[in-house]
Write a protein that binds this ligand. Sequence first.
Ligand code: GLU
Length: 391
Amino acid sequence: MSADFLSNMVQSVRPSATIGISQLAREKKARGDDVIILSQGEPDFDTPAHICDAAEKAIRDGKTRYTAADGIPELKEAIRAKFSRDNGLDYSSAEINVSPGGKAVIFNAFLATLNPGDEVIIPAPCWVSYMEMTRLCGGNPVIVPCRADADFKLSPEQLEAAITPRSKWLVLNSPSNPTGAVYSAAELKALGEVLKTHPQLWVLTDDIYEHLVYAGKFATLAVVVPELKSRILTMNGVSKAYAMTGWRIGFAGGPEPLISAMRKIMTQSTSNSSSVSQWAAVTALNGPQDFLENWRNVFQERRDLICRALNGADGIKCTPPPGAFYVFADCREALKKRDQTDLKFCEDLLEATGVALVPGTAFHLPGFFRLSFASDTDVLRDAADRICDFV
Ligand code: GLU
């Protein structure tokens, strides 16, 4: 195949670093190497039994056919109930989208709205896919580097300065992947004041880590600034909260015209998310929620353990993140000593110790690495020992 058979678009897009590194590590492991994969953000818990039972029942009951492209009514109802119960947000079922994963929600929303040259404002450090998805959909990502001493959060002044007549979306991700930063209601309100004065700008709030907040309180823009709800897409999913990453169910609430445009794209692309996964998600959202708190407590213990251990490593510094399950560690001193970049550091670390991490460069902040602490404490202790020895 000649190189120009591939589209210019796909040639300009970078593959996902989180997926790439984790795949590399899995292959190493399959070859028999002693590998610890802390590069992919997924809970190590099994999907709870009552959710698996619901999926099994769906299969037995013949719920194995096409469904409405953007979700079965029962799941839309469960999502409406979730938004109401957890957030105090009211959406009609025509304002709900179900896509095969949170990523697909974002992709469908961007594809439905971006014209060539439209800008998407992305505060950084940011998850690896916002920028590339923007480009895949023809838009221009506008990365706004946020300051470490502001906990990597976007300030109203930075937002104002980033807005141009071509700005179409702002992406807000709280708790944040990779930093774990959590925006308070007051901080969202301040951003909201700026947004109110720019009526062409919409906001995608990626709330996928909603249930993993250790300090402070989760807040989402559509609740804090209801006047903006008519131009907010509130995105979430069952992956991280219910340990259902492989089931691929993401969802969003937003204005009906956008939801309907996203549905049109789905009718011509993926069609529906897996019918069985949708029934499992109904049970996840409608079933018992008490285990979420236990899981959060487990994550918090792991967070504290790994932060203590990493702070004992030569040239590595980290503060316990208030949310999500990532430590975004400053390894600039260690890099200086080794005279290498974060990319090379992570490559060498994997080669020498078998620990897979993601370099900060993938999240638009070199000099750092991201470690997912969604693993057992013994595994984390072992990984920390290996990292300490390595540096
Ligand atoms: N969101 C997770 C991560 O950042 C899963 C992998 C991905 O989709 O990027 O590791």
